[in-house]
Design a protein around this ligand. Structure first.
Ligand code: NI
Length: 167
């Protein structure tokens, strides 16, 4: 297992469409494990393969009790959605940005697990938001594209000020 570099900001890989995984090989399992290590190290709750520069349709999520632990999703697709929620959203690829988005409140996802077996998962609230956010990455879409107009907050200046104070 290894920590990979998280691609950020204007990196063109974040804007590309990822390819389906043909078979869950040992190499894919290693990539999934690396994605989890990378996500935990960055203190995130979800990560998609393009965020580590790999254009494959792979997503990892760990929202604790809400996701029932770790989810490793291969070729995930939203097959049903309903309702609407106003979300507060951030992304490991845009570490200084927060925004509000509107997402469905309940989402059902079909995927393969790390053994190549089909799974169907339903998430509500924050888990529904997370499914939508991570699956968007596989199509080159980032949360800022879906930000409610005027809601984007850039905290980079705040962080710099805090760093100065710490010294
Ligand atoms: Ni993200």
């Amino acid at each position: 297992m290894a920590i990979r570099v998280i691609r950020t900001e204007e990196d063109p890989v974040l804007r590309k469409i990822s390819k389906p995984v043909k078979e869950v090989t040992p190499k894919i399992i290693t990539l999934i494990d690396d994605m989890l290590d990378t996500m935990y190290e960055a203190m995130g709750v979800g990560l998609a393969a393009p965020q580590v520069g790999i254009l494959k349709r792979l997503v990892v999520i760990d929202m604790g009790e809400l996701s029932n632990g770790v989810l490793k999703l291969v070729n995930p697709e939203i097959i049903d959605q309903e309702g609407e929620q106003l979300c507060e959203e951030g992304c490991l690829s845009f570490p200084d940005r927060w925004a509000q988005t509107r997402r469905p409140n309940r989402v059902t996802v079909k995927a393969l697990d790390e053994n190549g077996n089909p799974v169907t998962l339903t998430g509500e609230g924050d888990l529904a938001k997370c499914f939508c956010h991570e699956l968007d990455h596989l199509d080159g879409i980032v949360f800022l594209d879906k930000a409610v107009p005027g809601s984007v907050v850039n905290t980079a200046g705040v962080r710099r000020a805090q760093n100065r104070r710490r010294r």
